[in-house]
Write a protein that binds this ligand. Structure first.
Ligand SMILES: NC(=O)c1ccc[n+]([C@@H]2O[C@H](COP(=O)([O-])OP(=O)(O)OC[C@H]3O[C@@H](n4cnc5c(N)ncnc54)[C@H](OP(=O)(O)O)[C@@H]3O)[C@@H](O)[C@H]2O)c1
Length: 329
């Protein structure tokens, strides 16, 4: 197959290009090249999707499949469909579980209500609701243009080597160093993820098999205690202690849930407990295969080690922040 990846220089889109090349496909990536290089064997067509007519260099090219990871721009999505939609056999659009209106009801499926669609607005604050709404508008654009050729994957938390968000990687990095490890006292909170390589494999499988439809792309949900236990069991030295920090203590110390600096990643706010409790069974029935949390943890740790465990992180606690938190208990 000849596959066009709109992206291909970082994380998921790079993993898709890598997997397609591994299977012997002909892979073209279209990106600026600012996030990194494309995998060896792929062709890079330099494009800046913020510029009008950016994809014109690709007009007239024929692809068996296109994979678009446009993060938060329905204009990018429409432009790609306008230039390439008519001549492409199969189209993957990577959406997000952030499209849902309600993040408090567990077990939702793709039929659950979504946020209202929103157009691009470069001046608007890029909140998670705006992100979800622009994804909704993007999904609508893809379905309207090529209903019978569209494969829309609403990804949940994407984990694994190369993750630029630093969220999941915090845990293998921290647990591998042992000692007393601060964890949120939320053992029963759901935790759910998809390893970037498993999602990439499913996207390439689906392009080959012409799978269409809308799916939540996510593995099974498990309690956070199981999730952290699997990571610890894979990477933590003997004697590591997981210290459950009460949620009111975390709030008082201004430790944020989910992501960002001074946070405990993967811990969810009360209002968003179902964000990691989506029904994975339709995706699993449609061919998604997921590796164990331990496998993801082991390979994420190798990536973390390659970057250096002491680097400043985008998400998690620094050693000093964690020590201060534990001392206050
Ligand atoms: N991470 C998660 O947990 C998560 C969860 C749910 C859904 N998602 C979705 O999953 C997808 C992730 O994609 P990803 O891993 O490949 O990361 P990404 O950071 O969304 O991908 C960005 C790709 O787009 C390219 N790009 C960025 N700006 C561009 C521009 N102006 N013109 C042309 N290309 C541009 C980048 O290349 P250059 O910078 O080199 O141009 C890169 O190859 C996104 O759609 C995201 O919304 C992620």
């Amino acid at each position: 197959m000849r596959i066009l990846v709109l992206g291909g220089t970082v994380f998921l889109s790079k993993a898709v290009a890598t997997e397609a090349l591994r299977r012997g496909h002909d892979v073209v990536c279209a990106a600026r090249g600012e996030s990194g290089g494309v995998p060896d064997g792929a062709e890079l067509v330099p494009v800046d999707r913020d510029r009008p007519g950016s994809l014109e260099p690709l007009r007239g090219e024929r692809f068996d499949a296109v994979v678009d990871v446009a993060k938060m721009s329905v204009n990018w999505v429409r432009e790609a469909l306008r230039v390439l939609g008519d001549d492409t056999g199969h189209w993957t659009f990577v959406s997000s579980c952030s499209v849902y209106l309600d993040h408090s009801t567990p077990g939702q499926t793709v039929t659950a209500p979504t946020l209202p669609p929103l157009e691009d607005d470069p001046d608007a604050e890029p909140t998670s609701d705006r992100y979800g709404s622009v994804k909704v508008a993007s999904e609508i654009a893809v379905r309207d243009a090529l209903e019978d050729r569209a494969f829309i994957v609403r990804a949940g938390l994407i984990t694994g080597p190369g993750d630029p968000s630093d969220r999941f990687g915090y845990w293998p990095a921290r647990l591998s160093q042992g000692g007393r490890v601060a964890v949120p006292d939320a053992p029963d909170q759901p935790a759910q993820h998809i390893d970037v390589r498993d999602l990439a494999t499913w996207i390439v499988d689906s392009a080959e098999q012409r799978l269409v439809g809308t799916f939540d792309a996510i593995g099974p949900s498990n309690p956070l205690s199981f999730f952290l236990g699997e990571i610890a069991g894979t990477v933590a030295p003997q004697g590591t202690e997981l210290v459950r920090v009460p949620l009111d203590v975390l709030a008082e110390a201004e430790i944020a849930p989910w992501s960002g600096p001074r946070s405990l990643p993967l811990w969810l706010p009360e209002t968003h407990l179902a964000m990691m409790f989506h029904d994975a069974s339709p995706a699993l029935a449609a061919g998604l295969q997921v590796r164990s949390v331990g496998d993801t943890a082991r390979d994420s740790l190798a990536y973390e080690l390659s970057l250096g465990l002491d680097r400043p992180r985008r998400a998690g606690l620094s050693a000093a922040e964690e020590a201060e938190l534990l001392a206050a208990l």
